[in-house]
Design a protein around this ligand. Structure first.
Ligand code: NAP
Length: 231
């Protein structure tokens, strides 16, 4: 990824705390869209001042098409898209609100569509691209009380595979990773840290993402890679 323009969405989030340093270590030019300045401060706390200074932070809402269009216009060129944005809420289907159902699709699937759509325009123009999206184990093994999240993340797998098919015979690839439970600050806070040693580490997922995002992964397309750790 040396010298490549990388759009790293969700780079300030829990998984981003592992992925962002790994992408910087590859020598990439990193742009991170953000909404919450507090998250930027948290990321600053784990990076060296020199690494932090290399990141271009741009305020953007990935659920808004005009905002994504503007973000990518400001970047001028996207060689690599690493789309970490997503999140989940739980609830039994008969009690789950339609509002929350739509939120899950907005946050997980619609953001992926918009980030891919506008990145692909740039990639097709320049003849090079690596797209790495993030689904979840629930996207291929749907779980009770996670119907909306499972369905939206299954959509992320389908979207990524469709893009991989669309970009055959080009130097553009698309692949998706499937984490199980990740060892993030939020999960430790919400689930307790007792089992955290079994959860997959952000740094470990980062290695898989960095490979898929590299020039060397040119013949890997349309894969959905489980990164489950020991859960
Ligand atoms: N954590 C897990 O155990 C787990 C397991 C399987 C899969 N995953 C997937 O892994 C990915 C990363 O998860 P995570 O734990 O790192 O989540 P996270 O800590 O909530 O981070 C998500 C990041 O995305 C950003 N974001 C959300 N909506 C946005 C929007 N509309 N526009 C711009 N930025 C937005 C958040 O910014 P704000 O702070 O502004 O909201 C945050 O920086 C997600 O796709 C998640 O579904 C996570």
């Amino acid at each position: 990824m040396k010298g490549k323009q990388v759009l790293l969405t969700g780079g300030t989030g829990g998984l981003g705390l592992g992925v962002t340093p790994a992408v910087l270590a590859q020598g990439a030019e990193v742009t991170i869209p953000y909404r919450n300045p507090k998250d930027v401060e948290r990321l600053k706390g784990i990076l060296s001042p020199a690494d932090f200074a290399r990141i271009k932070f741009i305020p953007a809402n990935l659920e808004d098409e005009a905002s994504v269009d503007k973000l990518i216009t400001r970047m001028r060129q996207v060689d690599v898209l690493i789309h970490l944005v997503g999140g989940f809420s739980m609830g039994k289907t008969h009690e789950y609100s339609f509002y929350d159902w739509k939120r899950e699709f907005e946050l997980n699937l619609n953001t992926t569509f918009l980030a891919c759509k506008y990145s692909l325009k740039s990639m097709l123009e320049h003849g090079y691209g690596r797209i790495v999206t993030v689904s979840s184990r629930a996207g291929v093994e749907p779980a009770g009380q996670l119907a909306a999240y499972s369905a939206a993340k299954a959509g992320v797998v389908a979207l990524t595979k469709a893009i991989a098919d669309e970009t055959k015979n080009t130097n553009i690839t698309a692949n998706v990773v499937l984490p199980s439970v990740i060892d993030t600050p939020t999960n430790r806070q919400e689930m307790g840290a007792e089992n955290a040693d079994k959860w997959v580490k952000p740094e470990s997922i980062a290695q898989v993402i960095c490979f898929l995002a590299s020039e060397g992964a040119q013949d890997v397309r349309g894969t959905a890679i489980p990164v489950y750790g020991n859960v």
